[in-house]
Design a binder for this molecule. Structure first.
Ligand code: NAI
Length: 322
């Protein structure tokens, strides 16, 4: 069996003062890695700050014989992101991997969300992942090696009621991962995104907004998955994606109640119209079943060129032949 180790490696985990980030930091440290435990130490909504959360996790790691330092900067600020990377370089001399995990949550319908809600969520999830990845990039490029894990969400890929702004920020994280993955591959830098599912203070907060009757109906299912919803159940996936053994890049992975799976964006074979004259609205209406039906297969293109290749491999039934 492959033994995943981080001896001589340094990993930055943002938002590691609790929940999922803490579980990742503990697992990496247990496997010999030196960890930068970054956490702003604020509320779920992103208000206030403190040093206590990051310090507590560093104490846990060092008490168990591991190596870790704390950092309290915000990922949402370019200067803060640079400080996080500088702290790693100063303390340990290198950075091998980064988990963009820091996150906040504001629950409201899009109708009730404020501009500040949207800006705040985008600044932490999307801009924060961008800033820290950018800060670590030149260092990883120089050493010709790096592993980045971006934390997205099923609320971003699939949508979730009451989490429109949060989901939009998380959907942006997939786009960011795609870009960094394509730019990093030739430099030995591999990037993947995850969609975790775990009980944490963030999900406690989200549950406060769920209709109590619906919660009651779901209680049997929830108690069945309770154990597998602990953050530790996602740590194995993250440690693998951060390790030398991982060769995946440009991938999306879901961790849900003990099940780990790769996710794809699928496109149906669709309806191929004429390449001579544009399809009319009536053509679309008349062929809507074929446009939507997965019956002739679902494709998962890895980029625009790949989608063109798939489309061009299906000859237009309207093409004139000789
Ligand atoms: P959490 O609230 O326990 O952890 C998030 C951590 O990020 C907190 O410790 C917080 O202080 C820190 N943080 C917030 N803003 C920061 C900033 N600007 N700079 C540095 N640190 C900051 O929540 P949880 O559940 O552990 O979430 C971890 C990540 O996973 C988040 O990005 C969240 O959106 C994502 N996620 C969680 C899911 C779940 O089921 N728990 C589902 C999908 C995504």
């Amino acid at each position: 069996m492959t033994n995943i180790r981080f001896d001589d490696q340094v990993v930055i985990v943002t938002g590691a003062g609790g929940g999922l980030g803490r579980a990742y930091a503990l697992d990496i440290a247990r496997r010999g890695g030196a960890v930068v435990v970054n956490d702003l130490g604020g509320t779920v909504e992103g208000d206030s700050r403190s040093t206590a959360m990051a310090d507590r996790v560093v104490d846990e790691i060092t008490a168990a014989g591991g190596r870790a330092i704390a950092n309290y900067d915000s990922v949402a600020e370019a200067e803060g992101a640079q400080n996080i990377v500088d702290a790693a370089l100063q303390a340990f001399g290198r950075v091998d991997a980064l988990v963009n995990n820091a996150g906040t949550m504001r629950i409201a319908s899009l109708e009730d969300s404020s501009d500040e809600d949207l800006e705040s969520l985008i600044s932490v999830h999307l801009a924060g992942s961008y800033q820290v990845s950018k800060a670590v990039w030149p260092h990883m490029k120089r050493q010709g090696y790096g592993r980045l894990v971006f934390t997205a969400s099923s609320a971003g890929l699939f949508g979730h009621e009451g989490q429109g702004c949060y989901g939009a920020a998380k959907a942006g994280v997939f786009g960011l991962m795609n870009g960094f993955a394509l730019e990093g591959e030739s430099h030995g830098i591999l990037c993947n995104a995850i969609m975790p599912n775990a009980y944490s203070r963030m999900t406690d907060k989200a549950q406060e907004h769920i209709d109590p009757q619906m919660l009651q109906r779901a209680s049997a299912l929830l108690s069945e998955v309770q154990n597998a919803m602990q953050p530790e159940f996602t740590a194995g996936l993250v440690s693998f994606l951060l390790s030398r053994h991982c060769t995946s890049t440009h991938g999306m992975y879901s961790s849900c109640a003990g099940r780990i799976a790769r996710a794809f964006v699928g496109v149906t074979a669709g309806w191929q119209g004429s390449r001579e004259v544009p399809a009319t609205a009536e053509d679309v209406a008349g062929n809507f079943d074929e446009i939507c039906s997965p019956g002739r297969g679902i494709y998962a293109p890895l980029g625009p060129a790949d989608e063109f290749r798939i489309v061009m491999s299906q000859p237009s039934p309207f093409a004139g032949g000789d």
